[in-house]
Design a protein around this ligand. Sequence first.
Ligand SMILES: C[S@@+](CC[C@H](N)C(=O)[O-])C[C@H]1O[C@@H](n2cnc3c(N)ncnc32)[C@H](O)[C@@H]1O
Length: 251
Amino acid sequence: MEEKIRPSGPGRRAVVAAASVVPGLRSIAFRLRRQRISRRYLRGEGLEIGALHRPLPIPRGVSVRYVDRMDVADLRAHYPELRDEQLVEVDIIDNGETLGSQPDASVDFIIANHFIEHTEDPIGALANQLRVVRPGGILYLAVPDRRKTFDADREPQPLDHIVRDHRGGPAWSRPIHQEEWARLVEKVVPKEIPARVQWLEDHDYSIHFHVWDPDEFRLLLEFARDQEHLPFAIEQLARNDHEFIAILRRT
Ligand SMILES: C[S@@+](CC[C@H](N)C(=O)[O-])C[C@H]1O[C@@H](n2cnc3c(N)ncnc32)[C@H](O)[C@@H]1O
């Protein structure tokens, strides 16, 4: 289970204990799978959102600018558990859910690995990423499989929930997710949960707001395409160890 980013604070020990160590070979296979799919689909110039310590390997001749919600110094403070890792230099500080700094149809691809689960409005995030990608371009999304990470004790959120986050705005569900994160991921004892939720809010801590397995994620994609009329085709949905990789082509 290669999920290095873990919450700091009272729940950290439990989360660390829940994560198993990845044997070397498994880790190499994981990286090669990401790389093979990258070689197959990525051309031209693009963006990677939230690369952090694990930028996607890209084919020769392809160029990427790196987007994150904060600079490297702030990322280091946010993720103290990555102190021994090299972090990618951030080229563009922006909210990856809205990409307000990026013009329409301005890149050939967007990579967003282990990012969509951090979004409060996943349908809105997909819509904005598709807005920025040129027709024919690619969204490369690796998503942790909730059954195989520290999210294993969480229930999947119903599709209705994500639709409500999109149509009415996600403010209503933010404290619900923070409570769920404290209780089921960090395993904070009940009497300390309110204080932990307040800490998460005060630090704008980047929790997994939503979690999926591959079938649940496909349902979300089909809903976004067929009911929200987002312009994309599903090229591939491939399992890769504790994650799955969705390749969407902008139509
Ligand atoms: C779990 S890390 C992903 C690391 C790496 N891409 C991987 O595959 O493991 C999530 C990244 O997304 C970034 N992130 C979270 N929310 C964001 C937002 N709203 N806008 C931009 N970046 C965001 C975080 O700062 C972090 O760099």
